[in-house]
Design a protein. Structure first.
Length: 365
C-alpha cells in the first residue's frame, strides 16, 4: 500500500511537474509531396548532395546512375537504394518506366550535361543539371527546348540562389537600400591540383576556370546587380601552358556592362587560392561577402552592419526548394531554370570571344 501510495504520489508529482513545464511544440510532420531523385555521376559533388539530402523533407534520394558497379553497390548500402532503381549509362533510358523516380540530377563532367539531360528529359523525367549547364549557349538552348518539348522542368544547380545571406543582399537591393547600383566585383578561384583530371581536359570540361569557377563571379554579377549584362571585355593570362593546354583557360579577367549603367570587374582563376569575394557598390550603400560562394558559412556585411542570417547546408536548402519548384510550381526569388543557365552560357561564349578578339563584345540573348 505504502509503495503504491508513494508510486501514485510520485506519479501525481511528476504529472504536475510535467504540466508546469513550458510547452515544447513538436515540429509539424511534413506530409506534402516528395520529389524522388536519381543522382547521375557518383563523384565528389554527388556525394555532397546525397549527404545533404539526408536532411531533406521534400526531396528523397531514390535512384542512382553510374558506370562503376562497385560504386552502385556501395551507394545502395549507404542510402538504401533498391536494385530496380540502379542504372548505368547504357540502360538509363529505361528509367522512363520507373514510377519511383521523378527527377534525374545530372552531376557528370560538364561536356556530358547536354547528352545526359536530353536523354533524361526524353525519358520523361524532370532534370536538375549542375553548372555550367553545358559547354556552349547552343547546347544549352537545345537542352531548354528538349525539356520544354518533353514537358519536364529543367533546373540548374545554382545553390547560391537559395543562400540566406545572399538573398538578404538581393532583398536590400530590391528595396532600394543600396540606391542605384554602380559597381560589382567578383573574384573566384582556387589553385587546381592533379593535371590529369577532367577539369583540365577541354573535351570534358569545355574550357578551364571560366566554366568551373568563373561562372560563380559571372552568375553572381547578375544576381547582385539584378540585371543581365549587355557587353563584355576580357583578357586571359596563362603562366603554365603545359598544365593549361589550348582551350583550357588558367586565368581570365572580364568586365561586364549592364543596361542600368553598372559595370562589373571579375576574376576567374585556377591558379590562386583564397579568392572567393563579392563586392557590390551603390549610391547609398554597399555589400561585401567573403567567402561569397563557397560551401559556407558565407560571411558578409553591408553599410548597415554584419549579415546574420543562419547558415543552412546549401545543398539541403537547394533540394528542398527545387522540390517545391518542380512539384508545387513555386517561383524562386532568383530563377534557377534552364533559361537562367542558358544566359550564363551566352555570356561565357562572349567572354571567350572577347579573349580571342580583344574586342568589346555585345551580348545578345
Ligand atoms: P567528379 O570528377 O568528382 O565526379 C564526376 C563523376 O562523373 C564521377 O563519378 C565520374 O565517374 C563520372 N563520369 C561519368 N562519365 C564520365 C566520363 N566520361 N569521364 C569522367 N567522369 C565521368 O566531379 P565533381 O566535382 O563531382 O563535378 C561534377 C559536376 O558537378 C561538374 O559539372 C561540376 O561543375 C559540378 N559541381 C558543382 C558544384 C556546386 O557547388 N554546384 C560543386 C562541384 C562540382
Amino acid at each position: 500500500m505504502n509503495s503504491r501510495r508513494s508510486f501514485l504520489t510520485t506519479l501525481a508529482g511528476s504529472t504536475l511537474a510535467f504540466h508546469l513545464l513550458p510547452k515544447v511544440q513538436a515540429a509539424p510532420v511534413y506530409d506534402g509531396p516528395v520529389l524522388r531523385v536519381a543522382l547521375m555521376g557518383l563523384g565528389g559533388y554527388a556525394n555532397r548532395v546525397a549527404e545533404a539530402m539526408k536532411d531533406c523533407k521534400k526531396a528523397k534520394l531514390t535512384g542512382i546512375i553510374s558506370g562503376t558497379p562497385s560504386k552502385i553497390k556501395d551507394w545502395q548500402q549507404r542510402y538504401g537504394i533498391a536494385e530496380k532503381n540502379c542504372y548505368n549509362y547504357d540502360n538509363f533510358d529505361t528509367i522512363k518506366n520507373n514510377p519511383d523516380i521523378d527527377a534525374v540530377y545530372v552531376i557528370t563532367p560538364n561536356a556530358l550535361h547536354h547528352p545526359h539531360t536530353i536523354r533524361a528529359a526524353k525519358a520523361g523525367k524532370h532534370v536538375i543539371c549542375e553548372k555550367p549547364m553545358a559547354i556552349s549557349a547552343k547546347e544549352a538552348k537545345e537542352m531548354v527546348d528538349t525539356c520544354n518539348k518533353a514537358n519536364v522542368k529543367l533546373l540548374i544547380g545554382y545553390r547560391m540562389h537559395f543562400e540566406p545571406k545572399t538573398l538578404e543582399v538581393i532583398r536590400m537591393r530590391e528595396a532600394g537600400e543600396f540606391g542605384k547600383v554602380l559597381f560589382f566585383q567578383g573574384l573566384c578561384g582556387f589553385r587546381i591540383g592533379d593535371p590529369t583530371q577532367w577539369r583540365l581536359n577541354k573535351a570534358l570540361a569545355g574550357g578551364g576556370s571560366m566554366m568551373d569557377i568563373g561562372i560563380y563571379a559571372l552568375n553572381g554579377a547578375r544576381y547582385m546587380v539584378g540585371e543581365d549584362p549587355v557587353w563584355v571585355t576580357a583578357q586571359e593570362t596563362k603562366t603554365n601552358p603545359e598544365k593549361f593546354k589550348a582551350g583550357v583557360d588558367e586565368t581570365i579577367q572580364f568586365q561586364l556592362g549592364f543596361p542600368g549603367g553598372a559595370v562589373a570587374s571579375c576574376l576567374s582563376t585556377y591558379n590562386m587560392n583564397n579568392l572567393d569575394r563579392f563586392f557590390l557598390n551603390g549610391e547609398k550603400g554597399f555589400a561585401e561577402m567573403q567567402p561569397s560562394t563557397g560551401y559556407g558559412p558565407i560571411k558578409g556585411r553591408t553599410h548597415k552592419g554584419e549579415l546574420t542570417q543562419p547558415h543552412i547546408r546549401h545543398q539541403t536548402i537547394q533540394m528542398e526548394e527545387m522540390a517545391d519548384i518542380i512539384l508545387q510550381h513555386k517561383k524562386p526569388i532568383v530563377p534557377v531554370d534552364g533559361t537562367e543557365g542558358w544566359k550564363d552560357m551566352v555570356i561565357i561564349d562572349a567572354v571567350y570571344e572577347a579573349v580571342k578578339t580583344g574586342k568589346k563584345v555585345p551580348i545578345k540573348y
